[in-house]
Design a protein around this ligand. Sequence first.
Ligand SMILES: C[S@@+](CC[C@H](N)C(=O)[O-])C[C@H]1O[C@@H](n2cnc3c(N)ncnc32)[C@H](O)[C@@H]1O
Length: 259
Amino acid sequence: MRKADYSSIASYYDKGRLLSEQNIDLWLGLVVKLSRMSEGARMLDLGCGTGRFSIPMVSRLRFRVTGADSSREMLEKAREKDTTGLVQWDKMDAQQLTYPEDSFDGVFMSHLLHHVDDPRQVLGECQRVLTSPGVILIRYGAIEQIRDDVEHTFFPEVLDIDEARTPTVKTVEGWLIEAGFQDIVSQEIVQQTFETSTEHLNMAKAKGNSVLSMISPEAFEKGIRTLTQYIENNPDDPWLLHDKIELTVGYKRNKLRVS
Ligand SMILES: C[S@@+](CC[C@H](N)C(=O)[O-])C[C@H]1O[C@@H](n2cnc3c(N)ncnc32)[C@H](O)[C@@H]1O
């Protein structure tokens, strides 16, 4: 599987991956509603990157948060941003967690599974380190959602890469069932990511979506040219402002006790 190099992406990741206050509220609201976790609960943000979600989970929800990621550079950025000083940042492969059983009440992951060689192994590890009852929340772009988005329309090479590595919603749900999770529910969330179409263009130019760093310079430049032209002709097209993002949630239930 081709992989994005987060050691170089780390320096510009946050500039390209805009997450407004409104969208932080949107996602944290969903986390609270679906996890029923409250202040003091132990949350693992797996593949936490620069801590876009880990830090507000501490500062706004008062969770006890561990952010784990395999990239030293992404974790460095996260540490720099973490003015709470309360997140535990761990360099770790999501496929081989070193935490003992029952370490967390919840696991959250955002845009992680398409980056790993063995997503089933990751979900098995999540099941192991969760207590019961526990919850897993997976935020991702399923292939059926991202196929028609702006990046995949204007940068066709991106589509080839993502068709090969991005799961469908049913696939993710199947992996969760295999890992032993129950009561799995998925919902599509439409997020307004950009205020203006120019903001989206600037994000693309900054390669905010890591897959844009994986295509040839020629394909990238061509995509930027056609996207610029499209925006000049259709500056108010709402398609340019929104992302469809899936949230799939599963639960680890208490084991039945037979007396
Ligand atoms: C698209 S970024 C998402 C970061 C963050 N969750 C967010 O939404 O901003 C993917 C992250 O997954 C991390 N990653 C990739 N493979 C990993 C693995 N095997 N174990 C842990 N983290 C991994 C990368 O280093 C990167 O920080």
